[in-house]
Design a protein around this ligand. Structure first.
Ligand SMILES: [Ca+2]
Ligand SMILES: [Ca+2]
Ligand SMILES: [Ca+2]
Ligand SMILES: [Ca+2]
Length: 134
């Protein structure tokens, strides 16, 4: 996994080399980088939770602490919404939203180290999680 990551980085550096010279901070734009506030190349639960919380607040435009399925749009299918809506009141509160994101994080984390790297984010669950929290 480490090997694959460094090959990916080399590739990205070559591809984005031109940009990197102009803007050193913008090397290899990736979904992980945009969420990785401590820059360890992985997303842990607190970074995920922060992104989920920000996104939830954005979706909850009336600020009542709930989002309905329409507000989530393509982020969740009908069945996923049902699964996430633990108390079956047809809206998700932040806790339900977070727990669902957490279940995706765990599903996308086969090595169970509690963090997702770039490769884990490219799995089906990882992509779903990214779509949900961004
Ligand atoms: Ca991190
Ligand atoms: Ca609301
Ligand atoms: Ca609910
Ligand atoms: Ca992992």
């Amino acid at each position: 996994m480490k090997r694959a990551t460094s090959i990916g980085l080399v590739f990205a550096t070559v591809v984005f080399g031109g940009f990197a010279e102009a803007a050193p901070d913008a090397i290899a734009p990736s979904p992980v980088a945009s969420l990785d506030s401590d820059n360890d190349q992985t997303i842990d639960i607190s970074e995920m939770g922060k992104a989920a919380s920000d996104t939830f607040d954005k979706l909850d435009s009336d600020g009542d602490g709930n989002v309905d399925r329409a507000a989530l749009g393509k982020r969740m299918s009908k069945n996923e919404f049902k699964t996430a809506d633990a108390d079956k009141d047809n809206v998700l509160n932040k806790n339900e939203y977070f727990l669902y994101a957490d279940s995706l994080l765990r599903a996308a984390d086969p090595d169970k180290d509690g963090t997702l790297d770039e490769k884990e984010f490219s799995t089906k669950e990882g992509k779903k999680l990214l779509g949900l929290i961004q």
